[in-house]
Design a protein around this ligand. Structure first.
Ligand code: PLP
Length: 404
């Protein structure tokens, strides 16, 4: 009896457990403390009313034999894929229905995609990064060994520094699978057309595949690409992951999709056919009720409600960004993203700044070091709180930060 030895290599995910423990301890020692949580990575606003109405109606469909639906492969309905296709078309992007794969989350898809690629591929990741890309490739046997600096010896780490607003630079060595996330979690910055075109051209030249995580595309407010397929050449080198989670508040409902173009080939195989085979074998589809809720986000009313909620989070992010800038912090993100990334002042470590924010201001955020070694010295705040509490938190910092 053996286990998958790669799992032994995984480090425990201490980040949010450690944050929780520190906050509880502080609260026990300071029972009256009014703590504001700005580290939250989950949405807090309710689902769009259009989705709620559609889901209620879908429940009723399930109550009658004539309208009941079962396994997705059997009912042959493509209403959600149709709506997604039409949504891409609004951006001038043509996607075929059989290139859209519905799923229960971008976490599952960005994690599972490794199933169809060989374990000997070289994986490139940004640092800092959404930890799922790293851990799932550790599980898949592509990481090698953990080095003392917290990096894996078989990964290629892409430099993502302040100079480029944390946009990753091309690697100077081979990389077969490259994870790109824009707008980025945790740095909150989004890549522009030129940067994405550089990646697409490089990937086509190298025969590499870009795994493009667009989970936050709905937060883009500036004139930036919202899909990798807006970039010429992307259909032969990129897979795109999208989700209804942060877009429409579906974190607790679960709906997402992945686009794999027919032209995309790897090692002589059609990648779309491999992913189709993988999904057909291991996944039985998104619930009909959920799909109806997701479809409703593309109706005129649904779109307006989604826009309103995103604007709410972006307003909070703007409040944090402007407030911290006024207090003298160096800040990124918060314009095309719910995330604000800041440099801990005076050379403080991520965790030292965490303690300072908690003890001096009763504000909780997320230490950048939790997103990879290069996140050390940085800190993440988010716009997912309420407008009132976000304003209160920023006010606390603005009023008293200068005195410290
Ligand atoms: N991708 C990124 C970059 C994320 O930050 C998250 C969630 O925080 C996800 C994917 C997961 O999305 P989903 O809820 O669709 O699984």
């Amino acid at each position: 009896m053996t286990v998958n030895q790669n799992f032994r290599k995984l480090q425990s995910s201490y980040l949010f457990a450690t944050i929780g423990k520190k906050v509880r301890e502080y609260q026990a020692a300071n029972p009256g403390a009014d703590i504001i949580r700005l580290g939250i990575g989950d949405v807090t606003r309710p689902l769009p009313a259009a989705s709620i109405a559609a889901m209620h109606a879908a429940v009723d469909d399930m109550s009658r034999a004539e309208t009941f639906v079962g396994y997705p492969t059997d009912y042959g309905l493509h209403f959600l894929e149709d709506a997604i296709q039409a949504d891409y078309a609004l951006r001038g992007v043509r996607i075929e229905l059989d290139e859209i794969f519905l799923s229960d989350g971008a976490k599952s898809d960005t994690g599972n995609i490794g199933d169809i690629f060989g374990a000997d591929n070289i994986v490139a990741v940004c640092d800092p990064i959404y930890p799922v890309y790293v851990d799932t490739n550790v599980m898949g046997g592509r990481a090698g060994e953990l080095l003392p600096d917290g990096r894996w010896n078989r990964f290629v780490y892409l430099t993502c520094g302040e100079e480029t607003e944390f946009a990753p630079a091309l690697p100077d060595s081979r990389a077969d699978l490259v994870y790109l996330c824009s707008p980025n979690n945790p740095t909150g910055t989004a890549m522009n057309r030129t940067q994405l075109q550089t990646w697409v051209d490089w990937a086509n030249e190298q025969g590499s595949i870009l795994l493009y995580d667009g989970a936050y595309e709905a937060f883009i407010t500036e004139d930036l690409p919202r899909s990798i397929y807006e970039i010429p050449g992307a259909r032969t080198c990129a897979i795109e992951f999208r989700s209804f989670s942060k877009t429409a508040g579906f974190t607790g409902v679960r709906a997402a999709y992945t686009v794999v173009p027919q032209e995309l080939r790897a090692d002589g195989a059609q990648v779309n056919a491999l992913w189709s085979r993988r999904q057909a074998t291991k996944f039985n589809g998104v619930s009909y009720i959920t799909q109806k809720g997701a479809e409703a986000t593309f109706t005129p009313a649904g779109r307006a409600q989604v826009r309103e909620t995103i604007a709410y989070y972006l307003h909070n992010a703007g409040t944090i960004r402007r407030g911290l800038e006024a207090a003298g912090f160096r800040v990124w993100g918060g314009v095309n993203s719910p995330y604000i990334w800041l440099k801990a002042p005076h050379g403080l470590s991520s965790w030292a700044f965490f303690e300072l924010l908690l003890h001096e201001f009763q504000i909780v955020g997320t230490p950048g070091a939790g997103f990879g070694p290069a996140g050390e010295g940085y800190f993440r705040l988010t716009g997912f709180g309420t407008a009132e509490r976000t304003a209160e938190a920023v006010d606390r910092i603005r009023r008293r930060y200068g005195e410290l």
